[in-house]
Design a protein around this ligand. Structure first.
Ligand SMILES: Nc1ncnc2c1ncn2[C@@H]1O[C@H](COP(=O)(O)OP(=O)(O)O)[C@@H](O)[C@H]1O
Ligand SMILES: [Mg+2]
Length: 254
């Protein structure tokens, strides 16, 4: 049986003022699927996530979440339907403490539930337990990304959108971020849509990948096939020898 569709974009067009950036995109994310979006700088990856979140000046086409059309809803309503979002830049409040950032992540929740969720986040990310009153801006890049992720899952979303979570991180912090992404799916049952520049790393942790080209679909395929696709190897991976590379998702099916 086909897996239940969590998110479905049908002929999505979107842009800023008079300029159309997305020219009719199609994309889907199944229940508990981890899907990546890759493509050159400026091709519209962030705009795609912003369109889903109701953050672009205009969008047309179909944006369906669990079968309901959410296009045109304002961002807080989109969050309330069950979608979490970690933007590419400025995704924590640098001058505020870890605790205050978590409270902001859960501002839609009743106070009691917000408290319970903060306790859950401190269990999931124990590194924050002793640093509740540290200003977010004084933490490392990896810690800030973890905090941004914790903020976005305060509302227990069923789908989470991540915009280049590895940007600016060390290889070690990138691995930790990806481990967190797998944890969201494996332990919390979430679906994940992740935009990345770190093509090699993201293809290893995702099930399926969409390649965009100037605001349009180029192609999509299981991530393990994208890793071995000549178009991708020459454009993104510097033609690395990928034969014999086993992805983490493949390994998990053995
Ligand atoms: N706020 C904005 N106003 C006008 N144009 C924008 C804005 N944000 C992005 N763009 C343009 O939209 C295009 C796609 O940008 P973006 O979605 O950020 O690409 P990507 O995330 O793939 O690098 C680029 O040409 C960019 O200049
Ligand atoms: Mg971007």
């Amino acid at each position: 049986m086909e897996k239940h569709k969590m998110l479905e974009l049908v002929n999505l067009k979107s842009g800023y003022g008079g300029s159309e950036i997305l020219h009719g995109l199609n994309l889907s994310v199944a229940n508990q699927e981890i899907v990546s979006i890759i493509g050159p700088n400026g091709c519209g990856k962030s705009t795609l996530l912003r369109s889903v979140m109701g953050m672009t000046p205009w969008s047309t086409g179909g944006v369906r979440f669990k079968g309901s059309d959410i296009l045109g809803l304002e961002s807080s309503k989109v969050v309330a339907t069950g979608i979490g979002y970690v933007p590419q830049l400025e995704n924590v409040f640098a001058g505020m403490t870890v605790m205050e950032n978590l409270q902001i992540g859960g501002y839609l929740l009743p106070a009691g539930e917000r408290r319970d969720q903060i306790a859950r986040m401190l269990d999931l990310f124990p590194q924050f337990k002793s640093r509740k009153s540290q200003a977010a801006g004084t933490m490392s890049g990896g810690e800030r990304q973890s905090l941004a992720l914790a903020m976005a899952i305060m509302t227990s979303p069923e789908l989470i959108l991540l915009d280049e979570p590895s940007a600016g991180l060390s290889p070690k912090a990138t691995d930790e971020m990806y481990a967190n992404v797998l944890l969201l799916q494996e332990q919390l049952g979430m679906s994940v849509l992740i935009v990345e520049q770190d093509v090699h790393g993201v293809l290893e942790i995702t099930h399926r990948t969409y390649v965009l080209k100037m605001g349009e679909n180029d192609f999509d395929a299981p991530s393990k096939d994208v890793l071995n696709d000549d178009r991708i190897r020459s454009a993104y991976l510097g033609n690395v020898q990928s034969a014999g590379i086993e992805t983490k998702q493949e390994a998990a099916t053995h």
